[in-house]
Each structure stands twice: as structure tokens, then as C-alpha cells.
Design a protein around this ligand. Structure first.
Ligand SMILES: Cc1ncc(COP(=O)(O)O)c(C=O)c1O
Ligand SMILES: N[C@@H](CCOP(=O)(O)O)C(=O)O
Length: 461
């Protein structure tokens, strides 16, 4: 299995190389040269298997010879052992045809743990084998950063620097990033928004001298390993609702397009998915793009679902690559236009995207109303991102079972949840002292050179 860049000119890589490389050297994102498929019988055989066994079946065809089967099974087992639910990603029924897929039972209470815990294991195994040391730099709107710091804290072969937009993450998210005491993890509060943080990560990858000097690696969904690990729960959910014998639809609260892209990969692998619905908050660039065919940046507005306050949606590039028939030059040209404010998708590519993804958006008021209504009518306290999801899903309910991804635990967003529902969701006991732990954070300007200087100064050699 080889991985190729969405911009067409970087060298193709193995899974291990793509995982450790992050962004391709032409600025693109790595994708598998071909997506392997699983047959009807293979998918049917997943019924009744553990999450870990399904994870092995789904991911094995993508990893080539990076790990032996025995080692890969061990890494998967270690990744999910700390989850607080035996099913790892349990399904909860809301209505006759609407289900929630709870993805918040990992250590940092958001879906990011599914991929990050596994990536942490895979990095550790690969770096122990090679004796190399890397510097991970990541951008977060709150959840990727906390999951990355949790997964990599204390690891000897890795320094981790996470940039988050100052004042724009929830207090729980911030404290999850600023309270770990291990000296290899660093939280950087940037005076900017998430898009600024993500642009800084990509600029660092494109600064080849810096990239070599610090041995830069990435754990944002730039990293194919992140997307791959998220494909698994589409399979476990769909199979428990009757796939491959019947189709299932998914609604996915979306910002950087990583999670829904994982659903798209599951469909390409052969999972019978009817609708893949993109759910956005009022930062609705993805919804507008799917409605109009024009990707046009507007400013980012802070919302009560802050993890989705994104305008430059990184993985949309992976979808565009397929929409343009895997023409890297066409994607590179559109990404150049994006730097100037936006681009028009060509008719054929737009048709493919419209055929593949449905979409909707939730205003702040609709998000709050959904939190209130699902508590009153279903007894479920939702995080604001999940509330965006169920609001949008309601417009797409039909005869096919609909699964809305519950991407975070309500306790991660206590203020927004309390304002909407009157209820303060408690943190799990293991985090009960989160508010008492001392914080360690470095405030930095939205200035690439200044951020790079902090990173170089802090790296542990
Ligand atoms: C809680 C939560 N929900 C939804 C999303 C959106 O996911 P994606 O960026 O993969 O579209 C994020 C951020 O990634 C998140 O943290
Ligand atoms: N919502 C994310 C943004 C980063 O997304 P990623 O999936 O590309 O890492 C966050 O919580 O940080």
C-alpha cells in the first residue's frame, strides 16, 4: 500500500513514512493510492466482534508491513484499554430510526481519543524501532490538542507543542492541555483563531530547514493515521444496525472534515452507507460550499460549539482530490486560490461532492434548543457539537437508520451546556480535581517566527 499526495508532486510513501511525515512536501495531504475494499462476507463477519477485532480487520489492509499482525493487534489493544466503556463506541437509540454514536468514552472525553490513542502507540513503536526522535506540532480548537497531549505525555522520543486560539476553547479543554506536568508537552496560547494555528502548522511543514532541524511530525488530521483510525467506528455502528444487509446513514458534526472523510472512506471500502450528512455550526463554509459550489472564506465567528469554529477545512482537500478525478494539479491550483479568499469548484467535481455529501447548519439558537429538547424528550444531555449534529440530522431522517456522531462529552463544555439545559454535567471522577491543578502555558503572538523560536528553545535534546 502506497500513499500519494493530493497535490500530485511529492514522492509516494509507505504507511509508516506517511504517518511520521505529516504534510507532503508539495503541501498536500497523503491519501492511499487505492482504497482497499471489504466484501459482504467480511463485513457480515464483524457482527458480534469486539471493537478491537473490527479495528484490526478495517485498518490492516492500509498499514502494509509497518507492523506485524501480532504487534498491530497489541497496539490496538493498548490504545483502547483505557476507555471507559466496554463497547468503546456504544450506540444509544433516540427514536425508532435515530441513534447516537457515543465517541466520548476515551481519556479526554472526545472522539479524537479514538485516533490519538492509537497514533500514540504507533509512533512509540515505530520510533523505538528506529531510535529516532520527533517534534510534534499541532493546532487545535480544543479537542485534538487535549487528546494529543494525553496520548504523548511522558514519551521519551517525542516533544509535543500544541497551539490553541487564546480565549476560544472551553475551560475544560484548556485545562486538559495546560495541566499535564510532563516536560515533553507544551501548550501554546496563540493570539489568533484556529485557522491561524492550523496555517502555522502547515507553514512549519513548508519551511524545510525548520522541518529537518526539529524533525517535524504532525498529529492533526493532516496525518492519514488519524483519519484511518476513525473509519473503524463507522463499521462497528453500521454492523450493529444490520449492515451489510441494510444501509445506514450518518450525520457528522464537521469542522476540519476529518471525521466525515473517515465515513467517506468507510463507504468506499464497501460499507453500505446511504447518506453522509455534514453538520456545521454558524461557521457554515462547508454547508455553503455543498449548496453553491463556491468555497468562499468569511471570518470565523466564535460559537458555543468552539471545536468547529473553522473556515479553512483541511481535509476538504482530500475530498476535492477525489472529486477532481485525483488530479493533483487541479487541487494545487484551487488551494492557491483559497489563499486569496476562495475558489469555484468545477461542475463535474461539484456534482461528485453533491452526490456524496448532504449538509445542513445549526444556528446558535437551534443548537441551544436541541440541547434542551433532547434532554427533555430523550433524557440525553448533549455537548453543543453533538447538538448541531442532531439538529441537522432531523432534517434528513427517513426510513434508513440515521446515526449522529456524539463527538464530545457534555462535561467538556459546561458553560454552554448549563446555559442551554440548566444542568452542569459533572466531570468523571478521575478528572474531578482538574480545576485545582496548576496550569502551564506560553502565550504567543500570531507570528510564525516567534512560535518557531519557542519550539526550538524548548525541544529536549
Ligand atoms: C467535539 C468535536 N466535534 C466535531 C468536530 C469536527 O470534526 P472534524 O474536524 O473532523 O470535522 C471537532 C473537531 O475536530 C470536535 O472537537
Ligand atoms: N476540532 C479540532 C480541530 C483540529 O482538527 P484535526 O482533526 O485536523 O486535528 C480540534 O478539536 O482541535
Amino acid at each position: 500500500m502506497r500513499y500519494i499526495s493530493t497535490r500530485g508532486t511529492a514522492p509516494s510513501l509507505s504507511f509508516e513514512e506517511a504517518m511520521l511525515t505529516g504534510l507532503a512536501r508539495d503541501g498536500g495531504l497523503y491519501v492511499p493510492q487505492e482504497v482497499p475494499t471489504l466484501g459482504h462476507a467480511q463485513i457480515a463477519a464483524m457482527a458480534g466482534k469486539s471493537y478491537e477485532d473490527v479495528a484490526f480487520d478495517v485498518m490492516r489492509p492500509f498499514i502494509g508491513d509497518t507492523f506485524t499482525d501480532a504487534v498491530f493487534r497489541k497496539l490496538i489493544a493498548q490504545a483502547y484499554a483505557g476507555f471507559g466503556h466496554a463497547a468503546r463506541a456504544p450506540l444509544v437509540q433516540l427514536d425508532s430510526n435515530h441513534f447516537l454514536l457515543e465517541l466520548f468514552h476515551g481519556p479526554t472525553l472526545a472522539f479524537k481519543d479514538f485516533a490519538m490513542q492509537l497514533i500514540g502507540q504507533m509512533f512509540q513503536a515505530a520510533l523505538t524501532r528506529s531510535g529516532d526522535r520527533v517534534t510534534i506540532v499541532g493546532a487545535t480548537s480544543g479537542d485534538t490538542g487535549s487528546a494529543a497531549i494525553e496520548a504523548f505525555r511522558g514519551l521519551k522520543a517525542v516533544d509535543v507543542f500544541i497551539m490553541y486560539p487564546h480565549g476560544r476553547v472551553s475551560e475544560v479543554q484548556r485545562r486538559q492541555m495546560t495541566t499535564p506536568t510532563e516536560s515533553n508537552v507544551h501548550a501554546l496560547a496563540v493570539d489568533g483563531d484556529f485557522d491561524d494555528c492550523q496555517a502555522a502548522v502547515k507553514d512549519m511543514f513548508n519551511d524545510f530547514a525548520f522541518r529537518e532541524e526539529v524533525k517535524l511530525a504532525g498529529v492533526n488530521s493532516i496525518n492519514w493515521g488519524r483519519v484511518l483510525a476513525q473509519v473503524v467506528y463507522y463499521f462497528t455502528a453500521a454492523v450493529s444496525l444490520g449492515a451489510p444487509h441494510r444501509a445506514v446513514s450518518f450525520t457528522v458534526p464537521t469542522g476540519n472534515f476529518g471525521d466525515i472523510f473517515a465515513g467517506y472512506i468507510a463507504k468506499k471500502m464497501g460499507l453500505p452507507i446511504a447518506d453522509l450528512v455534514v453538520a456545521t455550526n454558524r461557521n457554515d463554509i462547508l454547508h455553503r460550499t455543498l449548496q453553491t459550489g463556491a468555497y468562499t472564506k468569511e471570518g470565523v465567528e466564535p460559537t458555543i460549539s468552539p471545536s468547529m469554529d473553522i473556515q479553512v477545512s483541511s481535509n476538504f482537500e482530500r475530498a476535492l482530490f477525489d472529486a477532481y478525478g485525483r488530479d493533483g494539479a487541479a487541487v494545487a491550483s484551487q488551494m492557491e486560490d483559497l489563499k486569496k479568499g476562495g475558489f469555484e469548484i468545477s461542475q463535474g467535481a461539484y456534482q461528485m461532492l453533491k452526490d456524496t455529501f448532504k449538509s445542513g447548519r445549526a444556528s446558535e439558537e437551534e443548537t441551544q434548543a436541541a440541547i434542551k429538547a433532547y434532554l427533555a424528550n430523550h433524557g440525553e444531555l448533549l455537548c453543543p457539537h453533538t447538538a448541531v449534529g442532531v439538529h441537522v440530522a432531523e432534517a434528513h431522517l427517513g426510513t434508513t437508520p440515521m446515526v449522529t456522531l456524539a463527538t464530545a462529552h457534555p462535561a467538556k463544555f459546561p458553560d454552554a451546556v448549563k446555559a442551554a439545559s440548566g444542568i452542569a454535567a459533572p466531570l468523571p471522577p478521575r478528572m474531578a480535581d482538574l480545576y485545582d491543578r496548576p496550569e502551564r502555558v506560553t502565550r504567543v503572538g500570531n507570528d510564525l517566527a516567534a512560535i518557531q523560536a519557542v519550539i526550538k528553545e524548548r525541544i529536549q535534546n
